[in-house]
Design a binder for this molecule. Structure first.
Ligand code: HEC
Length: 156
């Protein structure tokens, strides 16, 4: 009887500690990941490389596309790791200038909310798109004013 009880206690303790250890591991890895994300935002080399674009982003885009560029799933599409963005940089400049009212699929998720025109000049649109193409670990290359010479700015 007594040995059985001891075994029961050992059993409960083992399961208990196992659960705590697993839980601690989950907490720990998500905390570390969150810290890394913050570090990435704070020491983003794109801020120094594209200062004008960074300023525009923080003033105008951050409210929807978020500080980490991940947007709000289902509402505002991500610019970090966005397959849609990387597929067509000229289109991204045009959308920043003229807004966008289409249904789009970004990284497998559908977005239908419209975006109003965000900037008024091609210089600003190119600056901010070059920033987002390279912020948050993006490696999306750059776009030039020459590349967007055929983009029309719609009347406001
Ligand atoms: C009020 C919210 C809002 C703001 C502010 C905003 N956007 Fe958007 N953005 C959206 C929405 C919504 C879409 C999807 C539009 C659609 O479906 O036609 C979008 C789509 C995009 C896309 C194409 C989709 C993608 O993920 O690649 C780009 C590029 C983009 N925005 C860039 C910008 C930039 C740059 C700024 C700032 C200058 C900005 N946006 C400001 C809401 C916003």
């Amino acid at each position: 009887m007594k040995t059985q009880l001891i075994f029961k206690i050992i059993f409960v303790l083992t399961i208990g500690f196992g659960a705590i250890a697993t839980y601690a591991k989950i907490i720990d890895s998500s905390t570390i990941k969150a810290k890394l994300d913050v570090m990435l935002i704070q020491n983003d080399p794109a801020d120094a490389k594209f200062p004008i674009g960074a300023k525009i982003y923080k003033e105008k885009c951050i409210i929807c596309h978020m500080e980490d560029g991940k947007g709000i799933p289902g509402a505002f599409p991500p610019l970090k790791d966005s397959d849609y963005l990387f597929a067509d940089k000229v289109r991204a400049v045009a959308q920043t200038l003229n807004g966008s009212q289409i249904e789009m699929v970004v990284n497998g998720m559908t977005y239908v909310a419209p975006m109003t025109p965000q900037v008024d000049t091609k210089e600003d649109a190119v600056a901010v798109i070059n920033y987002v193409l390279n912020a948050w670990g993006n490696n999306g290359g750059t776009v030039t004013l020459e590349d967007v010479k055929n983009v029309k700015i719609n009347p406001r």
